[in-house]
Design a binder for this molecule. Structure first.
Ligand code: G6P
Ligand code: MG
Length: 219
């Protein structure tokens, strides 16, 4: 039976994908290349450095280490300004009641986000207290699409991967989950989410009932 639910954050819990778009675009602008919402969606789940690296690669520019660090710094300083304005209204639709219902049935919840700002975002949304833990990404050796972050989340709460549900909106994260024994849930518009055990197009559809039905079918 399921003992823990592991959540990606950006795009699943927090309505912050467009904020990442905004700051990633600043990096692209700086390098003189165009940026799109579609590309930003593809980059979801990658670390800050991996995201900047992808944009630098596309630009074809040969940046010095210093210039690269400046791009990372630009992205994060603007991002912090944006997330400091978040309120409890910036949770994705339906997600607060889903989390409350999970708590109601005694479910353990953990956040597995590639963002170093995850705890700050969750506290702005007044959701931090619901979680038994937030994985410290600075202590990981490999980022998404590697499964390490999800396995670490399960380990933090002493639950085996087969007893976990893991929820993602991004391609990289889902690729990681699929390498574990966890029951995978893909939520959002990214086409590759059809690979998940349960795929939903919007967070509003994510309810305990829908999840339980899908889990029962699986047995
Ligand atoms: C998540 C988001 C990415 C973001 C990354 C790093 O994976 O999906 O869009 O670039 O976190 O976030 P950070 O807050 O550490 O810059
Ligand atoms: Mg995400």
């Amino acid at each position: 039976s399921i003992k823990a639910v592991i959540f990606d954050m950006d795009g699943v819990i927090s309505n912050t994908v467009h904020l990442h778009y905004h700051v990633n675009k600043k990096v692209a602008d700086r390098l003189g290349i165009s940026f799109s919402e579609e590309w930003n969606q593809k980059l979801q789940g990658l670390s800050r450095r991996a995201t900047v690296q992808a944009i630098v690669d596309k630009s074809g520019l040969d940046l010095s280490d210093d210039e690269f660090e400046q791009c990372c710094e630009t992205k994060n300083s603007h991002y912090i300004e944006l997330i400091n304005q978040l309120t409890d209204k910036d949770a994705k639709p339906g997600i607060r009641s889903f989390i409350e219902d999970l708590r109601g049935i005694g479910m353990t919840m953990v956040v597995a986000s590639a963002s170093q700002n995850a705890s700050r975002v969750l506290s702005r949304l007044q959701l931090l207290d619901y979680f038994a833990g937030v994985v410290d990404v600075t202590k990981l050796t490999r980022g998404k699409p590697d499964p390490e972050i999800f396995l670490k989340a399960a380990e933090m709460v002493d639950v085996s991967p087969a007893e976990c549900v893991a929820i993602e909106d991004g391609d990289a994260g889902l690729t990681g989950i699929l390498q574990t024994e966890m029951f995978s849930v893909g939520v959002g518009s990214e086409p590759s989410l059809i690979r998940a055990d349960l795929t939903l197009s919007q967070t509003e559809e994510l309810t305990v009932e829908v999840l339980e039905k899908a889990l029962n079918k699986q047995e």
